[in-house]
Design a protein around this ligand. Structure first.
Ligand code: MLT
Length: 344
């Protein structure tokens, strides 16, 4: 698939260069301050399927958000968007692979807050989130919930803290690997209560939640886009939501601050990325389609049912996205260092 795509990309690049040199010949150069003739690099884009890479398992929260926005984006762009799950190492395997793809706008990564934490958690990441990607736009910000298997003894967050403290050697905490949102939330929880958890890593919280429902692990922290259904169906026990405000779709669930752990506060922001070097005009086409998707009433309604909402239109832009990634990379590096976590 890659080779074919590379040939197609090379052909497009040559065509673009040819049309640009024709344009330069026709318009003269623009040094005289004349108006730029825009849109050249995006001419004809897209003319084939686009792949959206999800860095975690199918059926999990990142996958859910990706599929929700992919459908209206595909309609807007007039091509199919194929969702591909590339799991592993807390989302870093997929990010590394996408960073190496052709910068032609046909491979796009959906990632979350983990993009900003990976540099502080992995000694040899193999890519630089800020240098090796073009930001397309932010997508949504998802609260997390602290949930346990239905028959887990503690009934409240306070009881959970006591129980975990007393049984630190035997209680199991599921997450989606180092750098996953579920891992970060676990770090905050451990730091807040001064206990080291026995972590059970999965390739995504989709399968982790399945095991939680099945009683194979004790508790976890996961996004409302994955847990709302199970919480409302009584398939898991929920202790708190990790945002300063309660979530409308889970109105009885206290916030971590209300339940006594104000430092366990995290919302999982998502964004779309293209490999570095993707022409600005192509990034803009994708960003514009993202904005259309986020304004789609069906997307808004489905996200609301899952405890979240699209970002405001001005955040679905490359500029706002880059700013968020820069700010979050700095702030998480500090949190991770303060928690005494060494890069692996
Ligand atoms: C997933 O899609 O599985 C999650 O986003 C994993 C996580 O970050 O906890």
């Amino acid at each position: 698939m890659r080779t074919t795509r590379r040939h197609a990309a090379t052909a497009r690049l040559l065509a673009t260069l040819a049309s640009l040199s024709l344009l330069t010949a026709a318009c003269g150069n623009n040094d005289d301050g004349g108006e730029e003739t825009g849109g050249g690099a995006a001419e004809g884009y897209p003319d084939q399927n686009i792949t959206f890479v999800v860095p975690f398992s199918a059926g999990g929260p990142t996958d859910t958000v990706t599929r929700l926005v992919a459908e209206p984006m595909a309609q807007e762009l007039g091509v199919e968007i194929v969702v591909q799950n590339i799991e592993g190492a807390g989302g870093t395997v997929a990010a590394g692979e996408v960073s190496q793809e052709d910068p032609d706008g046909y491979t796009v990564l959906m990632h979350h807050v983990g993009m900003s934490t990976a540099p502080a958690l992995y000694a040899d990441l193999g890519y630089d989130p800020l240098e090796d990607f073009e930001m397309i736009g932010l997508v949504t910000e998802v609260p997390m919930t602290i949930v346990a298997r239905r028959d887990f003894e503690p009934e409240t967050l306070e009881e959970l803290v006591d129980y975990v403290t007393e049984n630190a050697d035997t209680v199991t905490y599921a997450n989606a690997g180092i750098g996953a949102a579920s891992h970060l939330c676990g770090l905050l929880f451990q730091d807040a209560i001064g206990v080291t958890l026995q972590e059970v890593p999965y390739e995504g919280t989709g399968p982790a939640l399945t095991d939680l429902v099945g009683g194979q692990v004790d508790f976890m922290c996961d996004q409302t886009t994955n847990t709302t259904g199970q919480i409302n169906a009584g398939e898991v026990k929920a202790y708190a939501v990790t945002t300063p405000e309660r979530v409308e779709s889970l109105p009885d669930l206290p916030t971590t601050a209300e339940a006594g752990l104000p430092d366990v506060e995290v919302a999982v922001w998502h964004g779309l990325y293209a490999p570095a070097g993707t022409p600005e005009e192509v990034v803009q086409v994708l960003s514009d389609a993202l904005k259309v998707a986020l304004a789609d009433q069906a997307v808004i309604d489905q996200l609301a049912e899952l405890g979240t909402a699209p970002v405001p239109e001005e955040d679905a832009t490359p500029e706002a996205h880059r700013e968020r990634l820069e700010e979050q990379t700095k702030s998480w590096a500090q949190v991770i260092a303060d928690a005494g976590v060494e890069p692996q």
